[in-house]
Design a protein around this ligand. Sequence first.
Ligand SMILES: Cc1ncc(COP(=O)(O)O)c(C=O)c1O
Length: 392
Amino acid sequence: MATLIPSTPALTSRLPNVGTTIFTVMSTLATEVGAVNLGQGFPDFNCDPALVDAVTHAMQAGHNQYPPMPGVPALRQAMAAKMQALYGLRSDAATEITVTAGATQAILTAILAVVHPGDEVIVLEPCYDSYVPNIELAGGVAVRVPLTPGSFRPDFDLIRAALTPRTRALIINSPHNPSGQVWSDADMLQLQELLAPTDVLLISDEVYEHMVFDGQQHQSAARFPGLAARAFIISSFGKTYHVTGWKVGTVVAPVPLTAEFRKVHQFNVFTVNTPMQHALAAHMADPAPYLQLSAFYQRKRDLFREGLASTRFTLLPGQGTYFQCVGIGDLAVPERDLPEADFCQWLTREIGVAAIPLSAFYGNGFDQKVIRFCFAKKDDTLHSALQRLARL
Ligand SMILES: Cc1ncc(COP(=O)(O)O)c(C=O)c1O
């Protein structure tokens, strides 16, 4: 008998352009060189201990088996109540709200549910890194429309020009990662008007909905009937309750959209971990934690911006999220002329603070000499980063 030599069949990648994400690269480097990690977006402080107790309690109470496919009813009802109280949207917990494994799964599932091969999906760049690979996995075509460089405001003429009979969906994200830009009421009205004569669906990534500063209000798609009627509205408890590792989010969408969403969801994850859902439902009974989150992060934003004001970094506006973007073009070091990604490597190794280049959020690596810091950190961490950045 011939000797069998085991060999793994060669693959043609479904995502040939995807490598290790910049977030992993920068976090790994930060750990390696002992830098303060203001790169990847996650808090370095713990969540409310009551939330952890609530999970323990749920487990001890026996909530350890599969929940219903769309999610624990109490959590969906709590979300319905919040959507109505904050945004005036009446949504049915039974047929219009689904609990997902974080916003990431929600976005992928929404795209897989509605995008057919060859359909176009508009993304506004810079954008969160999962959108385009998700569209490609569905066989769709990502149509990249830039937000205005510098202000990161939507350019409705460009969005209008990108609409074609093949456009299936548009993805928006406000408050916006990476820029911290927040869409206004007028922006949302303009979008509503633009989409009104079309069949284009809206995927509204609202994971930073509770981090909006300076007295502004989050303009959820839920507030605009013409948008809500065509939207998957996506939230994440990870961002809101400082538990990014729990990976629990929700999708609110009209009945026909939710029905298609759930067809994919049930064969994708089927259900999301039960005890966390019970804990989150109990925690949502008190709206204070999410209502106070903007003030909590605005104080951190102000602390961080005040510290940066005495450096030569150019501060870009930061109206929401826990990210602050800065220009590097006026720094007094020769490294300011490096591409953003190389500058971030240098900043991590030599100055000891990790950041993310904005070019990572563009398909063509557009380099505008801007980098992103995350300020969801203990004050001590921010002070320590500012001390190091003061050299620049
Ligand atoms: C804009 C945006 N959307 C989605 C997500 C993913 O959220 P989750 O951790 O709930 O999957 C993130 C996380 O960083 C994000 O910044």
